[in-house]
Design a protein around this ligand. Structure first.
Ligand code: NAP
Ligand code: GCO
Length: 267
């Protein structure tokens, strides 16, 4: 058998959360390209419709669902609907996420809780809903979208870093608890990727000069560029495929080398 067959997702059913656009959309599109049937959710019908149209433009007949991933009842209803309409999920990508960039001492406890709810509690809720089906099927892949902030902190992102650090450990725990059922749970830690979530960090200043953070990330990245969602597609297919059946509890950083690099000396 060709080694490339190990990367095929033919016949697999994938659920990618928060995948109307951004990183989730790119991963779902790559999975469809590898042969998977795509299910995705977003928080309202308008976004789901936007996503369905975008998938259709790529020739992908995706199944879209309105579901707030922090709401356990809505998640359980969505998984039941997918299992009835499409089939039992083989691959779950916990992608949906938010960030609030607020200095910690100015952040309210409610704002902190909102970020933890989407970025950490929701992956728990959705994983818990899909694992029983994976156990019955005898296999499963869970991929949690972690972050540089699973390893590093920075000003204004206390809630996000706490959530993504927790998500790294939830990944390791799911791997530990369900590995015996042939379920592999791994993380992807994207570097700084050009999506709507990071758009505020790349906005040009009034004089047309680059945002200081934009220049900072370029200096901190050996690849000397922001990542694109396409940079994540191959690693995501690898972790969803048979090629990674003995990879478990790992966070694969797709960061252009940021975590390895002290940063370029200012001129
Ligand atoms: P994004 O552009 O903000 O997209 C996030 C998606 O999740 C949106 O469709 C969003 O819907 C959805 N979502 C948010 N809360 C939800 C909820 N409660 N229920 C269902 N869907 C919800 O973000 P992104 O840049 O593509 O990032 C995707 C993931 O990668 C996130 O987990 C993020 O933390 C992580 N990440 C991003 C980067 C980066 O540099 N971009 C780097 C590392 C990790 P709405 O539009 O309604 O909010
Ligand atoms: C930020 C950015 C980052 C990225 C990503 C890096 O404000 O620092 O939003 O957190 O989203 O998580 O891996």
């Amino acid at each position: 058998m060709s080694i490339l067959n190990q990367f095929s997702l033919e016949g697999k059913i994938a659920l990618i959360t928060g995948a109307s656009y951004g990183i989730g959309f790119a991963i779902a599109s790559a999975y469809a390209n590898a042969g998977a049937v795509i299910c995705f959710n977003d928080i309202n019908q308008e976004l789901v419709d936007k996503g369905l149209k975008a998938y259709k433009e790529l020739g992908i007949d995706a199944h879209g669902y309105v579901c707030d991933v922090t709401n356990e009842e809505q998640v359980q209803r969505m998984i039941a609907a997918i299992e009835k309409e499409v089939g039992v999920i083989d691959i779950l990508v916990n992608n949906a996420g938010i960030i609030k960039r607020i200095p910690m001492c100015e952040m309210t406890a409610e704002q902190f809780r909102q970020v933890i709810d989407v970025d950490l509690n929701a992956p728990f809720i959705v994983s818990k809903a899909v694992i029983p089906g994976m156990i019955k099927k005898g296999h499963g892949k869970i991929i949690n979208i972690c972050s540089m902030m699973s390893e590093l902190g920075r000003e204004t992102v206390s809630a996000y870093a706490a959530a993504k650090g927790g998500l790294k450990m939830l990944t390791k725990n799911i791997a530990s608890e369900y590995g015996e059922f042939n379920i592999q749970c791994n993380g992807i830690g994207p570097g700084y990727i050009a999506t709507p979530q990071t758009a505020p960090l790349r906005e040009l200043r009034a004089d047309g000069s680059k945002h200081p953070f934009d220049q900072f990330i370029i200096a901190k990245t050996p690849a000397a560029r922001w990542g694109t969602t396409e940079d994540l597609e191959g690693p995501a297919v690898f972790l969803a495929s048979d090629a990674s059946n003995f990879v478990n509890g790992h966070v694969l950083y797709v960061d252009g080398g940021i975590l390895a690099y002290i940063g370029k000396q200012p001129k």
